[in-house]
Design a protein around this ligand. Structure first.
Ligand SMILES: *Cc1c(COP(=O)(O)O)cnc(C)c1O
Length: 468
């Protein structure tokens, strides 16, 4: 008689029209578009059908209260935005998959003002004539980097594309084989060069490139010497790299300008705060590099943007280039970038206010205190059967920056009775506010380095939901 159950339960599945008349669903119809409610009802009924066939469903699942609750839940899922907030417990500060840098508070005010008002985006208030959107951050960028001129586009890939197109289209760019990098998301320097109509002249070998390699490659077709900062990998061992200073001297001798793609774009000397050296944009400007490009949302800690600083004639030519229109950045990015850059006028302010810098430079004692505070909070807020243990480990910079960097941290190991670390990882990732942690040596770990104070209540709620 076991087979009878599915047949009986299939008969219990209500008709769509009937469900739409139930009081609770009628209320939902007042709030949500009818099409969406219909989709939710159909999806719930489909699930009941397959549940009935598979067996194991209680009869109560087919009754009005359970069906209405399921429809409400389904509707909440359907109307949830695709792009949503997540809690980053991975310890990876510049996590490209999680949106790279989070913005400083100063950017919140700027965004709030500019997003909901008209602005002088392209209007010169002084002269009362059309202005340029590129003017808003140029003076600030020049002040901070010491460069003569600056322009900002959508991202650093666009900055490299515009620089190469403007400086070298139809001609050759000389680049070291050791620097023909691929960045995550399959951005490849050689591909970008082809797209910009530039012929690539590779010199040197993967691990060693010498000054003479550049000078002997230079000919009347050479338009630039390109230097690409190895921001997401490191060549170790028997290596030789031509420095920016050397390349500028070689360029001057050959009459060839130097373009440097710095990738991560660091404006503060972090030596002493980070265990590996990372050159600053100012150093490259002082060395005489003609054009420098870098990202806005890596080490700089601002919005996605591609910043180009350098000598005036090159930047002026880019401002007139047709490609610029396709690569131009929007006003919200400009507003948040200006607010972020302004913090760099005082290094100490930037280190404190820019979340990316604050997280990267957090020390082990600071992180230990934070791990203790967070785990105590979570213990108070979560039920029995869930435990928290501290263990020393490492965090990473991420985002194609500082490849050799393993930053010491104090990690919080979360254990739940009856759940494996993989179960915990997967359930937290799918919780209402997703939590991203990592698994190491059969333990589920949260790194306090990237957890925000404003995350803690929601984190406790997500972890509590793991019990029972
Ligand atoms: C990250 C990176 C890029 C790409 O920058 P986006 O801002 O992601 O477009 C280009 N070059 C280097 C060296 C990088 O590190």
């Amino acid at each position: 008689m076991q087979e009878e159950v599915p047949v009986q339960q299939l008969k219990m599945i209500p008709k769509v029209d009937r469900v739409l008349e139930w009081e609770a669903v009628r209320k939902l119809l007042a709030t949500y578009p009818r099409e969406l409610v219909l989709r939710a009802v159909r999806s719930v009924l489909d699930k009941l059908r397959s549940g009935a066939r598979a067996g194991g469903l209680d009869d109560s699942a087919f009754l009005e209260p359970a069906v209405c609750a399921a429809v409400a839940h389904e509707l909440a899922q359907l109307s949830r935005p695709s792009l949503q907030r997540v809690i980053n417990g991975s310890g990876i500060v510049i996590h490209t998959n999680l949106g790279r840098s989070i913005l400083p508070e100063a950017a919140r005010n700027a965004l709030n003002t500019i997003a909901f008002s008209y602005s002088n985006l392209e209007f010169d208030l002084e002269a009362g004539v059309r202005g340029s959107r590129y003017s808003h951050v140029e003076a600030l960028l020049c002040e901070l980097t010491g460069a003569e001129a600056a322009i900002v586009v959508n991202n650093n890939a666009a900055a490299v594309l515009l620089s190469l197109s403007s400086m070298a289209a139809g001609r050759e760019a000389v680049v070291s084989r050791g620097e023909l990098v691929e960045i995550g998301g399959s951005f490849r320097i050689p591909e970008v060069m082809r797209l910009s109509g530039v012929t690539l002249r590779e010199v040197g070998t993967t691990n060693r490139t010498h000054p003479r390699d550049y000078s002997s490659a230079a000919n009347e077709q050479t338009a630039v010497f390109l230097k690409v900062h190895c921001s997401n990998f490191a060549v170790l061992g028997f290596t030789a790299e031509v420095t920016a200073q050397e390349l500028v001297a070689l360029g001057a001798a050959a009459g060839v300008p130097v373009l440097a793609d710095m990738g991560s774009g660091n404006l503060i000397d972090l030596s002493g705060r980070l265990p590996v050296p990372e050159p600053t944009v100012q150093e490259f400007v002082r060395a005489g590099v003609d054009v420098i490009t870098f990202s806005g949302d890596k080490l700089l800690g601002g919005p996605q943007a591609g910043i180009i600083v350098g000598k005036k004639p090159f930047i002026e030519a880019m401002k007139k280039h047709q490609l610029l229109r396709a690569l131009r950045m929007d006003k919200l990015t400009l507003a948040s970038l200006e607010a972020t850059l302004a913090l760099y006028r005082d290094e100490m302010v930037a280190l404190k206010e820019v979340p990316t810098l604050r997280m990267l430079t957090a020390t082990l004692p600071e992180l230990t205190a934070r791990a203790k505070k967070i785990s105590a909070f979570l213990r108070r807020r979560t039920p029995q059967g869930i435990s928290f243990k501290l263990s020393e480990g490492f965090s990473q910079a991420g985002g194609g920056t500082l490849p050799l960097l393993n930053l010491p941290s104090m990690l919080i190991e979360v254990a739940v009775e009856g759940l494996s670390p993989n179960d915990i990882e997967s359930r937290l990732r799918k919780s209402e506010i997703p939590v991203i942690g990592r698994i190491n040596k059969n333990a589920f770990l949260l790194d306090p380095r990237t957890l925000l104070d404003s995350d803690l209540s929601d984190l406790a709620a997500a972890i509590s939901a793991l019990a029972g």
